[in-house]
Design a protein around this ligand. Sequence first.
Ligand code: ZN
Length: 368
Amino acid sequence: MKVQEIIRKIEEIAPKDLACYPEDNNGLLIGSYSADVSKVLLALDLTSDVLDEAIKLNCQLIVTHHPFIFKGLKNIRDDMEQGRLIIKGIKNNINVYCAHTNLDVVDLGVTEALRKKLEFPKGTVLHPTEKEGLSKLVVYVPKENAHDLLLVISKAGAGHIGRYSHCSFMTEGEGTFKPLEGSNPYIGKVGSIEKVQEIKLETIVPNKILSSVIKMMIKAHPYEEVAYDIIPLNNTGKVFGLGSVIELEEPIKVKELAEKVKEKLHCQGVKIFSRDLDKKISKVAICGGSGGSLIQEAKFAGCQCLITGDIDYHKGQMAVDLGLTVIDAGHYYTEVPVLEHLRELVNDKLEDVEVYVTKVNTCPYIFL
Ligand SMILES: [Zn+2]
């Protein structure tokens, strides 16, 4: 597969335009969209060891979560680490793609991988960053073609509501038209008014995919000229955002919860910001990576605990003052579950491409 085709598949899971900071640097950072790829390596970070692993495995594409190039480069020199890796990567035909905050905010991204790893029930978005806009699509189609058309537009992404697909409403009625000079009608004759039993098929479509759904619909529709309406809706679809608020099935003491987090995430240690290790927790917020900015939101959402990484002294003090327990399991350990999770998601989508998760631990610190 070409780099571009693989990127398209990854962006079906984590659309690039969902990145929650304009200055974020998602996308293809090094290489060529047209390069051939048979092996992909997934990593949180591009380090020297990760690059060596990719070369050893003969991977042509490294997909990272953190952008290897973030700010503008003033030089690419082999006596400096970043330049050395860029040069080495290019010399070894390695392409580098990054899915950063877009992978943080999508429903199947970093938070979902962390939730699954911790074996928590499903939750709701803690800090929404985007809500999907929706339109109603109404199309008129001969009765015998209605079902097939529904299948086509559903496959293109229309008619999805929560965990249901192929959602539509069909009403039967009489359609009229008169084919004019130069037309090539599917039904009827040029110059005479035609009456046809038609179905008015109504369904819902996310605005982002509206044009591709319409394109597929027109292609599959039997008529030369397709009559359809697009009606903007005030309903919102999927909510994207950072972190998740989760009601636990059973209340659990802070100490036991922290031990569970440490065990499930395989980290050497966790920091607990709390004055009471016996406090019972029934509602938690989770956020992979740096979730310090979500302390107040987690408290206002009614959570007694936030599980995240990168909590510094002052953020920790603020949490304790608010009465919110924070379990800091580290940036790396709260995000690394996304690699295996992403491998499973993309594996089915990538034909003849092998996907590996790096064996390199790119956490920059160890506990003594
Ligand atoms: Zn991160």
